[in-house]
Structure formats: structure tokens, C-alpha cells
Design a protein around this ligand. Structure first.
Ligand SMILES: [Zn+2]
Length: 596
């Protein structure tokens, strides 16, 4: 009994002796999204997140009690204040948390850039409110510390101590329990899983301490992945890559669209004319429409890593163990261009950070590309014009051109020029009647999405026109789909391990077309016939590189005929969505249910 009493007393020490510090640290371990989370996810999650902060504060205060030195207490206060200032600065200026991108920035920024950053952001007027806030908080803490004995006496006098102790004990307990969630995080060794934890776990980073723990771990695994990827690219840049037909100078154009639900394309039976220009190219015999292509994931960064490399998910070979296919093209003598309209879009967000850390790794860039865009644009048409300006007189010989669009990314209304009228603008009244009753607002969203699709149709025609006089092939697909109120009252994508047939249909099925210039068609009748035969093959986007190797006439150890849809020895692979769901068996289950 005595031992239990001693233990309880010992555990209660930080609360009794350093109550002011404990509460102060809870404030300094700021969580700017707490109220938003309360509204979004309810009281339980909000309680857990608050308890987690109390738990961190308890641990820090406990250390202070144990060490029992003034300088140590001051050091903990200084560190916590520093964290508070950084988090407040990031939140108030950029609406972001302390994240892995911050470490990348610190690691890669040179003194000149640091100076610019300090003058542009830290010394700027809006930052004054961050310092003002910090001054108020620190001032209040100093006053509370100064009068902490008076405060403690007052609490004892009104007999509040047992109540406060009980509340604190419950919160510290709940926080300790919530912190076990980090055990999961540390068991993940890919950024994909870590980011998913960050998105889905109820106690995942929101407060500054959790964000810091997550950022350190994510930065570490991201570095490991990038260094594996770097090694793969170095190896590929030294490996044999030769041309099957050295006299044939072909230009291959790979266009990666964004959030394109193929069931909103008139090429795939949508009743509104969203793809009139592509349909015309198809009718002229220049465009082939593939009917059965799916993406392995429904998130841009995760898809892009697999698509841009020679990864093969069916064989368990992931992006970080594979070189970029462009490295092999470059090695074989192609001039490689990457014009990426998402390069500068929210570069500090975790998803963009992990993708850009890989795509624009300073050691990979010289191995994988010759020319990169310097600017991103509000509209994809401007990206195409920018590419045209830079490439105009330089598209001689063999070229691999990669264009990454903003496509129909949410909010679709932002993706097309509202005043330009040379493409179809749809209204809420025109959108086809869904099985579910939808509000006017939802129907307007659909109309905007369909209009963005019609503008994308125009952008694609601009690209075809750029290459109409070349010996060129354009391969166009989207990174993933997007639900647009197709079967339920919902727009966007879901992040869950269990994917149902409707989610697979609208979020994972993607449009996939190949366009050939007249010159290419007349010079390559055999390849065109192979493409026509392949249009109904079941494909997944990680196989695109094999098709490109075929079209580019590349002979390399990375070419695998069994995964190349144009090869006579092509064998359809298992198509697993999000690492867990077998797309083909999911769809055949749905079809057999329908027949019954
Ligand atoms: Zn995307």
C-alpha cells in the first residue's frame, strides 16, 4: 500500500511541483488545427489530441523535476518557445505544419537563399503578428511562473487540487495510450505507408511535437528511398541501352493527365461532348482508345513514382528499386524533356515533397533529363505554349517529351479559362441525370468538371498540333480517376484499404489513348497494327514504360516483353489496387452479382 502511495506521489510530482510549466508547455506545443479537427472528427479525436499534448508536456516537466536544475528548466522552455514560434510562423504565413519538407529546405538551401528567405518572409510585416503572439504567450508564462507559489496556495485553499490532479491523471493516461500510435509509424519503412498513417491515424501529426516526430521519421525514410533510387539510376545510366532501328528518329510524347474520370469522357460513352477533338482524331484513324487500363493507386505522388520508373508491382519491384525510364532513353541517345505543371504546386505539402524529392533529386536530374521547365502555370495550355517556345527549334533527332498536366484536379473550376469560348462550357442543367438526387450545387460541380475535361480536350489537340509534322507518337493517360457524384453524393477520392467496385471504377480506371502523326502512321504500319490490336488488353500504368521501350525501339535489360502490350508474348499481370485489392476479381464479382 505504501509502495502504491509512493508511486502515485512520484507520478504526481510534475503536476504538483511544476503545474505552471506543465500547462505552459501544453500551450507552447501548439495545435492550430485542433478546433477544425473537433468539428471534422468529433470530440473523441479532439480529446485524444489534446491528451497527447498534455502527455508530452508531462514528460518534459517530469524531466525538469528529476534533473532539478534551473538551467535545464530554462532550456526546455527555450526549446518549446522556439518550436512554438516556428509552428506559428508556418501556420500563419503558409497554413502548414512543421513537416519533412522543412528539413529538405534546410538541408538544400544555400546561404544566399537563406538570406532571401529571411528578408522576404521573416522580416516581412505579416510576421510581426507571429512575434507579437510569441511575446504575449511568453509574457503570460513569465508572470504565471513568478506567482506560481501564490497560485499553488490558492488552488489548495479552494480545495481544487484533487480535481485538477484527477483531470491531469486521466489526460496523461489517455495521451500515453494515444502515443502508442507512433509504434505503428516507426514500423513503416516507406514514405507511402508513413504518409498514409499521417492522413488516416486519428492522433497523427497536428501538434508541433507530433509533427516534429513524424517529420524526422519521414525525412529519414525518404532519404533512404531516394538514395536507393539514385543508385538504381546510376546503374541504369551505365547499363547497355541500344536502338533497334538507329536510322528511325522518332519523338515520343508522354502526357500525364490529372484526376481524369474516364466515365466523363465522350470517348468512353459519356453523353456530353467532353472530348470532341479527340473523337475526331479517332475517327480520322490517328487516335487509338484503350478500354481497360487501371492505375495502381489513386494519389498523384504514389502513382507518378511507379509510372516514371521501370517498377513492376506485379513482380514486387517498387519504384525505389528501379531507374526512371527516361534515364534509359537518355542513355540510348534520346533528348529528354520534362515539362511539369505540378512542380511548383504546393511544394511544401508532404505529398509534393516526397514526389519532388525524387523527381528533382539533384543527382538524378542530370541522369534522367536534358531540359526541365522553370515555371508552372495556372492553365495547362500555358504550359504547352511554354514548352513550344523552348522546344521549337530543338526537336531534332530522337526526343522523349514528358508533359505533366494539372488536368481536372480539384477545384475543376480553376482549370479552364472562363472567358475563352472555343471549347464546350457545360451548365448544371445539361449534366446527365444521375441515379441519385443531387443538389444544384453538386450539379454545378459536375458541369465544371465536364468543362475542365472539354478544356483538356483542347489542350491535347494543341499537343497533337505541335507534333503533327513530326515522326511522333503521343501516349496520353491520367494518373488516376476522380469521383464526381457518379454513384453517391460525393466528389474527390477516398483513402481506405477496402475498395469497392464503384470506387475502383471511378477512382482507379483511367483513360488511355495513343495518337500517331500521319508521318508516323505511314512509316510504321506494323507498330500501328500492334497498337490497334492492343487496345483491349488489360493494363496497369506501371507497364507504360514497357510500351514506351517498344515504341522507342530500345534494347535494354529493363525491357520485358511479357509486360509490353505491343509484344506478341504479352501476358496480362495481376492488377492489385493500393497493394491490397485485386481489380479483376473485384470486377468479376460485381458482374456475377449483376447477372444473378
Ligand atoms: Zn493526381
Amino acid at each position: 500500500m505504501n509502495a502504491l502511495r509512493w508511486l502515485l506521489k512520484w507520478l504526481a510530482k510534475p503536476i504538483i511541483q511544476e503545474g505552471v510549466m506543465l500547462v505552459s508547455l501544453v500551450v507552447l506545443f501548439a495545435d492550430y488545427n485542433w478546433y477544425h479537427e473537433l468539428q471534422e472528427r468529433g470530440y473523441w479525436v479532439a480529446w485524444l489530441r489534446l491528451s497527447l499534448r498534455v502527455f508530452y508536456a508531462y514528460l518534459a516537466t517530469w524531466l525538469v523535476v528529476i534533473v532539478n536544475r534551473r538551467w535545464f528548466k530554462l532550456m526546455i522552455y527555450t526549446l518549446a518557445t522556439l518550436l512554438f514560434v516556428v509552428e506559428s510562423f508556418l501556420q500563419l504565413r503558409f497554413h502548414m505544419d512543421v513537416g519533412p519538407a522543412m528539413f529538405r529546405l534546410i538541408a538544400e538551401t544555400n546561404p544566399q537563399e537563406s538570406r532571401e528567405f529571411i528578408t522576404n518572409f521573416v522580416m516581412a510585416r505579416p510576421t510581426i503578428k507571429v512575434f507579437a503572439l510569441a511575446a504575449v504567450v511568453v509574457g503570460e508564462i513569465a508572470i504565471a511562473e513568478r506567482y506560481r507559489h501564490t497560485l499553488a496556495q490558492w488552488i489548495q485553499r479552494i480545495r481544487l487540487q484533487p480535481v485538477l490532479l484527477s483531470v491531469m491523471a486521466v489526460m496523461v493516461g489517455c495521451g500515453a495510450w494515444a502515443s502508442l500510435s507512433f509504434v505503428d509509424l516507426f514500423s513503416y519503412h516507406t514514405t507511402e505507408r508513413a504518409n498514409r498513417w499521417c492522413d488516416l491515424d486519428p492522433v497523427a501529426p497536428n501538434d508541433v511535437v507530433s509533427s516534429l516526430i513524424f517529420a524526422l521519421h519521414d525525412f529519414d525514410i525518404s532519404n533512404q528511398e531516394t538514395s536507393r533510387s539514385m543508385q538504381s539510376n546510376i546503374l541504369a545510366s551505365q547499363e547497355r541501352a541500344t536502338l533497334l532501328h538507329p536510322s528511325d528518329s522518332v519523338t515520343l510524347v508522354v502526357v500525364i493527365g490529372e484526376s481524369f474520370n474516364k466515365h466523363h469522357s465522350s470517348l468512353y460513352g459519356y453523353p456530353l461532348p467532353t472530348n470532341p477533338r479527340l473523337a475526331l482524331e479517332r475517327d480520322r484513324g490517328n487516335l487509338m482508345v484503350f478500354s481497360d487500363v487501371v492505375s495502381p493507386f489513386n494519389k498523384t505522388s504514389t502513382v507518378l513514382k511507379e509510372v516514371m520508373t521501370t517498377s513492376n508491382l506485379a513482380d514486387g519491384i517498387t519504384w525505389d528499386q528501379s531507374p526512371m525510364f527516361s534515364t534509359i532513353f537518355k542513355r540510348a541517345g534520346y533528348q529528354v524533356w520534362l515539362w511539369d505543371n505540378q512542380r511548383h504546386d504546393s511544394p511544401l505539402a508532404t505529398f509534393a515533397f516526397t514526389l519532388n524529392a525524387f523527381l528533382y533529386n539533384p543527382q538524378i536530374v542530370p541522369l534522367a533529363y536534358d531540359k526541365l521547365n522553370e515555371q508552372s502555370f495556372a492553365l495547362d495550355s500555358e504550359l504547352v505554349q511554354d514548352f513550344e517556345q523552348h522546344a521549337q527549334d530543338h526537336l531534332t533527332g530522337r526526343n522523349l517529351v514528358m508533359l505533366h498536366l494539372m488536368g481536372q484536379h480539384f477545384d475543376a473550376r480553376e482549370r479552364y479559362p472562363h472567358k475563352r469560348l472555343d471549347f464546350n462550357h457545360f451548365t448544371a442543367n445539361e449534366v446527365p441525370q444521375q441515379a441519385i438526387a443531387l443538389s444544384e450545387d453538386a450539379r454545378t460541380h459536375i458541369a465544371n468538371y465536364d468543362t475542365a475535361t472539354a478544356f483538356n480536350d483542347l489542350v491535347m489537340k494543341m499537343i497533337f498540333d505541335l507534333f503533327s509534322n513530326h515522326n511522333a507518337v503521343v501516349v496520353y493517360f491520367a494518373d488516376h480517376g476522380e469521383e464526381v457524384y457518379d454513384w453517391r453524393d460525393f466528389i474527390s477520392r477516398t483513402d481506405n484499404m477496402r475498395i469497392n467496385a464503384q470506387e475502383a471504377k471511378y477512382q482507379y480506371e483511367v483513360p488511355f489513348v495513343i495518337w500517331c502523326s500521319d508521318r508516323y502512321i505511314s512509316q510504321h504500319p506494323q507498330e500501328v497494327a500492334q497498337m490497334q490490336q492492343a487496345t483491349s488488353q488489360p493494363l496497369m500504368l506501371d507497364q507504360v514504360c514497357q510500351l514506351l521501350f517498344h515504341l522507342g525501339g530500345i534494347q535494354s535489360p529493363y525491357y520485358q516483353a511479357q509486360h509490353d502490350p505491343l509484344s506478341a508474348t504479352f501476358k496480362p499481370s495481376k492488377r492489385i489496387l493500393n497493394y491490397v485489392v485485386d481489380y479483376d476479381s473485384l470486377m468479376s464479382q460485381r458482374d456475377s452479382l449483376r447477372i444473378k
